[in-house]
Write a protein that binds this ligand. Structure first.
Ligand SMILES: *Cc1c(COP(=O)(O)O)cnc(C)c1O
Length: 399
């Protein structure tokens, strides 16, 4: 049998080095547990950046996928399939919007939202085509395409990739004054993450999203919430926008929408916005495929049936309160909502991540000083206790 070391070496030999993966190989996984080729088991506290809200291989989602494998998996949008309408209906019901555009990855959904906002600006608002402006936030993370990195303020994501897509104006996350100042007659949208995940679990100042939403309304600007990471119960609400009672004009969704099995993403909005498309103006070969629909429909059913938002909220409170009991002067702050939790250190977090992995807890630093804890929402209280014991050992140098 191949060892982890052999697998990692082969991976590094043939693959482009656009990731520096932690030295743990997933060979099998179930629920919150991951097992490597040597048989060591770990708690997955990253959940593929919240794509695994249902845990690894949720039995009902796997069953839905297996059943669909025996029916039809791919049609392309050249033809209809018998499940896309139900996927639309479920997602409309969850978001309260009346129109959906399906894609695959989060980045594609973000791109779709940008295109939608630009078209809406040109066709509905009356901005001259080519002059549309979209306001975005510093330290955002929206994906990796050239237009998306054109909005990024992170030099690591941008270096060597120019020329960039014009039409984006950056403001500081949380600054209402800068938002107001950035608005021009050509502004069509304000794009934001309700909580900045990749930036280090940054929760904006209270009222920022609410106030942004009001300003957008007053100025006939679309509010686009990138809920790819925060959506589908992760933060203790179905969508993190609800923390400020905000209903964005456009939801950008992905990650957990695929039930941990398939890349499934979508934009949800009302038809006065998503109605700007005509046949041929946008699309995706795999977007809305029946296998993705089957998996996603089951995932959305579970979210409601098992009340994932409540689960995430209560388990998050429990988890955070126990993290706060850990005594280590290097810990600066523990913050989060639901099961999207950041532990910020006064020092670089990488050595602590290493200690966590040694103690059977998989987590990863984001932006050097912060460790994200975001286990599957299905984690049990017993599993949380065991994981917390490992975290305590790793962070108090008992190990
Ligand atoms: C992960 C993420 C994306 C990009 O999703 P991909 O599926 O990796 O393309 C976009 N926005 C946010 C907030 C994310 O966390």
């Amino acid at each position: 049998m191949r060892t982890s070391k052999e697998i990692i070496e082969k991976t590094e030999k043939y693959g482009a080095h656009n990731y520096h993966s932690k030295e743990v190989v997933f060979a099998t996984a179930s629920g919150v547990h991951v097992t490597d080729p040597e048989g060591n088991t770990y708690f997955d506290m990253l959940s593929a950046y919240s794509a695994l809200n249902f845990g690894h291989r949720h039995p009902e989602i796997v069953a839905a996928a297996k059943e669909q494998l025996d029916a039809v998996t791919l049609t392309s949008r050249a033809f209809h399939n018998n499940l896309l309408c139900d996927f639309y209906e479920s997602l409309c019901s969850l978001t309260g919007k009346n129109m959906i555009l399906p894609m695959n990855t989060g980045a594609e959904a973000v791109e779709t939202a940008l295109k939608t906002a630009r078209r809406w600006g040109a066709f509905v608002k009356g901005v001259e085509d080519g002059k549309q402006e979209i306001i975005v936030c510093n330290n955002n993370f929206h994906g990796r395409t050239i237009s998306i990195i054109s909005m990024s303020s992170d030099p690591t994501c941008r270096r060597g990739f120019g020329p960039f897509t014009p039409g984006f104006i950056n403001i500081d996350y949380g600054s209402i004054d800068q938002l107001k100042a950035a608005i021009t007659p050509n502004t069509v949208a304000f794009l934001m993450e309700p909580i900045q995940g990749e930036a280090g679990i940054i929760i904006p100042p209270e009222g920022f999203m609410k106030k942004s939403s009001e300003i957008c309304k007053e100025n006939n600007i679309l509010l686009i919430a990138d809920e790819v990471q925060t959506g589908f119960a992760r933060t203790g609400k179905m969508f993190a926008s609800e923390w400020e009672d905000v209903v964005p004009d456009i939801y950008v969704l992905g990650k957990a929408l695929g039930g941990g099995i398939m890349p499934v993403s979508a934009v949800a909005a009302d038809s006065d916005i998503l109605g700007v498309y005509e046949p041929g103006s946008h699309g995706s070969t795999f977007g809305g495929n029946p296998l993705a629909c089957a998996v996603s429909i089951k995932a959305m059913e579970l979210l409601v049936r098992d009340n994932y938002p409540k689960m995430a909220f209560e388990k998050g409170e429990y988890f955070m309160s126990h993290l706060r009991e850990i005594k280590n002067p290097d810990i600066k702050e523990i913050r989060g909502r639901g099961l999207l939790i950041g532990m910020e250190f006064h020092v670089p977090a990488a050595p602590y991540v290493k200690a966590l992995i040694k103690n059977g807890v998989l987590a990863k630093e984001t932006h050097e000083m912060t460790i994200r804890f975001a286990p599957p929402i299905t984690i049990s209280y017993e599993e949380m206790d065991t994981a917390l014991a490992g975290i305590r050992r790793a962070l108090t140098k008992e190990s």
